[in-house]
Design a protein around this ligand. Structure first.
Ligand SMILES: Nc1ncnc2c1ncn2[C@@H]1O[C@H](COP(=O)(O)OP(=O)(O)OP(=O)(O)O)[C@@H](O)[C@H]1O
Ligand SMILES: [Mg+2]
Length: 372
């Protein structure tokens, strides 16, 4: 039986709702070779969107490569993973990618990793320490292969914000841009989950990726779509949920796609025929319980001041955190201290700034903080 509500993995088919305009735009960008950044808060649906657009856009003349660089901690690891994905995903058969590797990567000897990588795909090991020039060879692969095959290639790089943490990151960013900007038949879709880190890669003229391409700021899936999605899934299984109750689910988790699906699932599980108040409340408690371990781990080691700051934001103090009133209400030290706290919590991705206001990055965390 298909899952009714899906969370914790990318969604497709019946579990994917809305995103029509974004899908259309991304498919067009893929087809016409426009570089694209996609930015959104965590778990709103970037990866699912890219995978959907990939399926729709791909064809004999357009190869789309997907690579996740979450676990790459240096430029060497990044380049190796990038090259491995490009070689294997642009070729139909193993012979073809081995041949491409031989002809385009003169400075490497290629090994095949016996065990597939975590995405389940075969990966290459590039033996020989890449030197400066060799690294460029790896980055040139999409264009070289596209030219040879007479196709377009789009490389989609997930968790791209990781490169901001590499040693000498700015230099690496400049290297990437200087190679990729000359590509005619290859283009790039760069996306990632830590909004402020992603934005910091291209948000001012001094950054190598400034004006590198189109930027899609993913919005929340509109309430209308969620209501339709939730009510129809309940109906399909012979249960009923009102429009108002569905809206409550969405609003309770601030429209975070993943939490909407998760909370809807907990409500569904408790419902024999009709949803009621108690069911909603208990389902929400379960959601907060489920998240508690993660929140504890994320806040472990925070100073008392930092926790106090989070508590203020959880209470709805979204601006004026350095006012003397707030400082005294929440014991935040001094206004200079408040600025330091804010910076460190932003770096830890626990808070985010939207239109100069401060919000908790995770919409459930506020409920957990109030409970503890
Ligand atoms: N279009 C959609 N329709 C319905 N649910 C969705 C949609 N997109 C995302 N979701 C829900 O959100 C969850 C996270 O989706 P996805 O992994 O695509 O988001 P993400 O933004 O890439 O997350 P992360 O920030 O962790 O990389 C999915 O498991 C699903 O529950
Ligand atoms: Mg993702």
């Amino acid at each position: 039986m298909d899952k009714l509500f899906v969370f914790g993995k990318t969604v497709s088919g019946d579990a994917f709702t809305d995103r029509e305009k974004e899908t259309e735009k991304l498919v067009a960008n893929f087809k016409y070779g426009i570089n694209t950044f996609i930015v959104s808060p965590r778990r709103w649906g970037k990866t699912s969107l890219v995978k959907k657009a990939k399926v729709l856009a791909e064809g004999p003349k357009l190869k789309i490569v997907y690579v996740d660089v979450q676990h790459c901690h240096s430029r060497e690891e990044f380049c190796e993973r990038f090259a491995s994905a490009v070689l294997t995903q642009t070729a139909g058969k193993m012979d073809e990618w081995v041949e491409n590797a031989r002809s385009f990567l003169s400075r490497f000897s290629i090994g095949l990793n016996a065990s597939p990588d975590p995405t389940g795909e075969l990966s290459l090991r590039l033996n020989m320490l890449p030197k400066e020039r060799s690294m460029e060879e790896l980055l040139q692969l999409p264009e070289r292969i596209a030219q040879k095959k007479g196709v377009r290639v789009v490389v989609c790089i997930d968790e791209f914000q990781q490169i901001g943490n590499y040693p000498d990151s700015l230099r690496f960013q400049a290297e990437l841009r200087s190679v990729w900007q000359h590509h005619q038949q290859a283009s790039y879709c760069l996306f990632g989950s830590r909004k402020h880190l992603m934005e910091s890669l291209f948000d001012d003229t001094s950054k190598p990726f400034y004006k590198f391409g189109d930027i899609i700021y993913l919005q929340r899936i509109p309430l209308e779509y969620w209501v339709k999605y939730i009510t129809s899934k309940f109906k399909q299984e012979g249960k009923s949920i009102t429009r108002k109750q569905s809206e409550w689910i969405v609003n309770q988790v601030d429209g975070n796609s993943s939490y909407v699906q998760q909370l809807a699932w907990y409500v569904f599980l408790r419902t024999a025929k009709k949803v009621g108040e108690t069911i909603l409340r208990e389902a929400f408690d379960e959601l907060v319980d489920q998240c508690a371990d993660v929140f504890e781990a994320k806040t472990e080691g925070l100073t008392a001041y930092q926790m106090n700051y989070l508590r203020a934001v959880a209470d709805g103090v979204n601006d004026g955190l350095s006012s003397s009133q707030t400082i005294s209400n929440y014991n935040l030290g001094s206004s200079a201290n408040v600025a330091i706290i804010m910076k460190s919590l932003l770096e830890k991705d626990l808070i985010q700034k939207i239109d100069k206001k401060i919000f908790l990055t995770d919409p459930i965390m506020g409920h957990w903080i109030k409970r503890t």
